[in-house]
Design a protein around this ligand. Sequence first.
Ligand SMILES: Cc1cc2nc3c(=O)[nH]c(=O)nc-3n(C[C@H](O)[C@H](O)[C@H](O)COP(=O)(O)O)c2cc1C
Length: 215
Amino acid sequence: MASEPVNVHEFRELARQVLPKMYYDFYTGGAEDQHTLKQNVDAFRRIMFRPRVLVDVSRVDMSTTVLGYKISAPIMIAPTARHQLAHPEGEVATARAAAACNTIMVLSNISTCTVEDVASSCNAVRFFQLYILSCLLGLKLSNGTFPEQVYKRRDISAQIAQRAEKSGYKAIILTVDAPRLGRREADIKNRMVAPQLKNFEGILSTDVNSVSVIV
Ligand SMILES: Cc1cc2nc3c(=O)[nH]c(=O)nc-3n(C[C@H](O)[C@H](O)[C@H](O)COP(=O)(O)O)c2cc1C
C-alpha cells in the first residue's frame, strides 16, 4: 500500500500484505460459515450518528469514565488473543498504544506476553479478561490430563486472576461465552500453529494439537 492507512479496512489490507496467511486468517476469520462475523459487521453499519448542527465545536470532549477510570473517548481495546503473531512486541506494544490514547486495554487471558510484562511496560489503567470456563481446547495440562478438564481447574483461574491483581490490573472482565471453541475452518485448513501461551508456562503445555489451539 503506497499511502498511510487511514481506516480499519486499509489496516486490514496492510496486514494481509505483511502477515503470513495463517496469522492473517486467524485475526480476520470467524467460525463455520462466518454468519456471526457478518452480522456483527452489519450491526455496526446500522449505527448512525445523529448530526447536531449549530453547536459550539471549538472544544470537543469525548472523555468518559468506565468503573471510575477516565478515558479519552468511549472506545477501549477489547481482549484479543496472541498479538505476537502480528508483531514480536505483542501485547506490550498494544498496551503502550492504549496508554498513548488515554484509553484502557483489556488484556486477553491467552495473551502471548505475560500479565507481568504487559503491566511493567506502561503505567496506564489496564483490565484483565478471564475465561472462567477455559476454552483453551487443544491445551494439555502439564500433568497430562486433557483440555476438557481445564475448566474444572478453578485453581488455575484463581492463580492467573491473583497475578493480574498483583500486577495492578484494575478489573477482571469475566467471559463465559466460549465453553467450547467455534470451528474455524481457515485455521483448520492452514494447520494453524501458534506460539506458547506464556501466562500458562509451568501450568499448561500448549505444544499439542496446534490446529485447535485457537481462540
Ligand atoms: C482475533 C481475535 C481474537 C480474540 N480473542 C479474544 C480473547 O482472547 N478473549 C476474549 O474475551 N475475546 C476475544 N475476542 C473477541 C473480541 O474481544 C470481541 O468481543 C469481538 O471481536 C467482537 O467485537 P467487535 O465486533 O468489535 O469485533 C477475539 C476476537 C478476535 C477477532
